[in-house]
Write a new protein. Structure first.
Length: 88
């Protein structure tokens, strides 16, 4: 599984199949090197507008608020913490 599930997302799994087929379920908080390279290529080629993914911006002095907001998992996709000189 890759990507952040929505808050309170549930997964129904037939555990007998997980057991009998020796399936391993591994969540990942980070992308693989291959995923990262693919993403950077899409950005470089202009096929992905990453600026549109930024839903919230916080100044460095408000980073505690940014982390709390991200932890709540409400309506944020990507939260940027920056210094006030580059916030605009």
């Amino acid at each position: 599984m890759f990507g952040v599930p929505t808050k309170d997302a549930k997964l129904s799994v037939d555990m007998s199949k997980v057991y009998s087929k020796e399936i391993t379920i591994t969540p990942s908080y980070a992308a693989s090197d291959s995923d990262t390279l693919d993403a950077l290529k899409l950005i470089q080629e202009g096929k992905t507008n990453v600026k549109s993914m930024i839903t919230h911006k916080f100044d460095l002095v408000d980073s505690h608020n940014a982390l709390e907001y991200a932890h709540q998992g409400n309506d944020s996709m990507k939260i940027i913490i920056t210094n006030s000189e580059t916030l605009n």
